[in-house]
Design a protein around this ligand. Structure first.
Ligand code: AMP
Ligand code: MG
Length: 350
């Protein structure tokens, strides 16, 4: 299959390409597109054949449900059993934006889209290209991240192309995404709201909006937890670069020393070593490739750059990666959740 490619600016949307992409989706094809979190791989959410194609293109296990993207609030009613009061409050406050809500599904949503679940995850993305595409496609676009299953999510169209060229009908290139980590997922189907995946919208923000405590899935940050995570996708190895990643935590000076000594030992064994540091520390490392995730105090930059760095190490054929750890404040929890998964929870404290 030849994959069409259209470049556009979010302030200058190419409506002709959007029309073409919308038609592809209506006809059961697949289109990758930018959102504010990461690039999505879209198919018609109400067409079970489209969902099957998404799983095939990504090599994604079919029990890992897809998030349904909408562009207008009225489109929520037909796909859910009912809209709980809390969902109205959160939609009002955070949509369009990086928040996914899990609700009880209606019959309109095929089980192929929900991985066999009676619930459906829904989000309204805050990106003009995504919103225009969803409208052109008829209102419902199922879209997981546009990467091969297990790899870091794409934050630039060239990473989508690496994984999906020849496998999908079209890629819309809208430049680098703004946030860089997937949406927060909150489950509203039980008594107490529960975060299933951390993201830009934090527990504190949800609690403030709802005025009640919000729980977090215990499996989110903890490798030893024996229960399966409530978001089926979170049980899979994820976000992982090709190189073997270890996180080194502790006092800055000791972390630098430890990473440098590990690097030397690995280089002597013939490994190509990459290091993820921060603006303050990158100058102190002696590895084959050293990258800064940004200013340690600006978590949002780190979130935005993390997947790009992991993908670039793949391109450079780095075989061993060491990363500094990050604080778990605000979006820091989402950063560490992704980094821990990418590292298979391999952490060394110094
Ligand atoms: P991705 O689209 O690649 O960001 O992955 C979607 C995430 O949402 C996965 O971790 C899924 O397991 C999760 N998810 C989607 N639908 C549901 C649902 N109905 N219940 C719980 N988790 C869900
Ligand atoms: Mg994903």
């Amino acid at each position: 299959m030849e994959t069409k490619f259209a470049v556009m600016d979010e302030k200058n949307i190419d409506m002709e390409a959007i029309g073409q992409a919308g038609k592809i989706l209506k006809d059961g094809g697949l289109v990758a597109f930018p959102t504010e979190t990461v690039y999505g791989l879209g198919g018609d959410a109400l067409n079970k054949q489209s969902s099957k194609k998404i799983y095939a293109a990504k090599g994604r296990p079919s029990d890992n449900p897809l998030i349904v993207h909408i562009a207008e609030l009225e489109k929520l009613t037909p796909i859910v059993e009912k809209i709980p009061e809390q969902a109205k409050v959160l939609a009002e406050k955070f949509w369009p934006g990086p928040l996914t809500m899990v609700l009880k599904k209606s019959e309109a949503v095929p089980f192929e889209t929900t991985g066999g679940l009676e619930t459906v995850a829904v989000r309204m993305p805050n990106h003009p290209v995504a919103l225009a595409l969803i409208k052109a496609a008829g209102g419902y676009v199922a879209a997981p991240s546009a990467n091969t299953s297990g790899k870091p999510s794409p934050t630039l169209a060239r990473f989508v192309q690496e994984d999906m060229d020849g496998r999908i009908d079209m890629i819309l290139d809208g430049g680098q995404v703004g946030i860089g980590l997937e949406s927060t997922i909150v489950d509203l189907t039980e008594e107490e709201p529960m975060i299933l995946r951390p993201g830009y919208i934090t527990k504190e923000m949800l609690e403030e909006a709802l005025g009640v405590p919000v729980a977090s899935d215990r499996t989110m940050m903890n490798a030893d937890c024996k229960e399966p995570p409530k978001a089926p996708g979170m049980k899979y190895r994820h976000y992982a670069p090709k190189g073997d990643l270890t996180i080194i935590t502790g006092e800055e000076k000791k972390v630098v020393e430890k990473i440098n000594s590990l690097t030397k030992a690995m280089q002597e064994k013939g490994e190509k070593v990459g290091v993820i540091g921060t603006d303050d520390t990158v100058g102190n490392y002696h590895a084959d490739s050293v990258k800064s995730a940004g200013n340690r105090k600006e978590e949002e930059t780190i979130a935005k750059e993390l997947y790009r760095i992991l993908r670039e190490f793949d391109e450079e054929e780095v075989t061993v990666i060491y990363s500094e750890g990050f604080d778990e404040n605000g979006i820091g929890q989402a950063i560490m959740n992704r980094l821990l998964k990418a590292a298979g929870h391999h952490v060394e404290q110094v």
